[in-house]
Design a protein around this ligand. Sequence first.
Ligand SMILES: Nc1ncnc2c1ncn2[C@@H]1O[C@H](COP(=O)(O)OP(=O)(O)OP(=O)(O)O)[C@@H](O)[C@H]1O
Length: 263
Amino acid sequence: MTVELTVDNVSRAFGGVYAVRDVSLTVPAGELRAVIGPNGAGKSTLFALIGGQLAVDSGSVALDGVRVERRPAHRRGIGVVFQSARVFHGMTAFENVMVGAHAITRAGFLSAALRLPRHHRDERRIREKALTCLDRVGIADWADRPAEELPLGRQRSLQLARALCGEPRLLLLDEPASGLRAAEREHLATLITRLRDEGLTILLVEHDVAFVMRLADRITVLDLGRVIADGSPAEVRANPKVKTAYLGVRPDELADHAKGVVE
Ligand SMILES: Nc1ncnc2c1ncn2[C@@H]1O[C@H](COP(=O)(O)OP(=O)(O)OP(=O)(O)O)[C@@H](O)[C@H]1O
């Protein structure tokens, strides 16, 4: 099931300074939307407000019209892959995904701990689910390997599998391409596009502007906590406000600038 995300006039300040101010955006069901902006623009804060890791000061966040901004993160139906998140060491790839799958069973950890009959049924369901999720991101062959031994690109896929196992209605990806080599980025781009094609609504924050320009259906640009542009990659590339926000670089230099190549 896929949903529309509506962020309406959301604000959040830290110590009297707005990190995100009156931000509104709508991501239609099944769209792959990127959020870009210079350092400190408020991207991570906006993500945390949508995902529920931070509380809004004002404004609303809704999935298919149902407001979720007062719900705890685990009750929003949003799968999040944080840039800083690591795979669990000392566990196999399969076990890593099992942790995500546990979130969807009705019985959960309590019945597992008490070894209730329902636990056995759920356990089987979780195992099947975990394998399906590993397969969905193309790393089923790595299921029994210690997670920390996977190459970085596959660790990123593993994090995605873990998020998918919670059966999210919306997927938030925080700089999924960071630190990856070119071939790994390509692989990730294909995977994200496929998840979008399968109908998932995806919101992506990314520093690598070139990566999002060819991936996203639409791009929202933040600067100093506010939305300064919203449109197709071509529209955003041509927008003078965006160029100014990125220190006046030429549009064709945007990608290089974002990678820190242009001084
Ligand atoms: N927990 C916090 N406490 C105080 N200030 C914060 C906190 N989180 C963010 N800020 C401030 O809010 C503003 C927006 O930060 P945020 O990290 O959301 O931007 P960003 O666009 O994700 O930046 P970057 O691209 O550098 O990751 C910055 O000025 C930052 O210093």
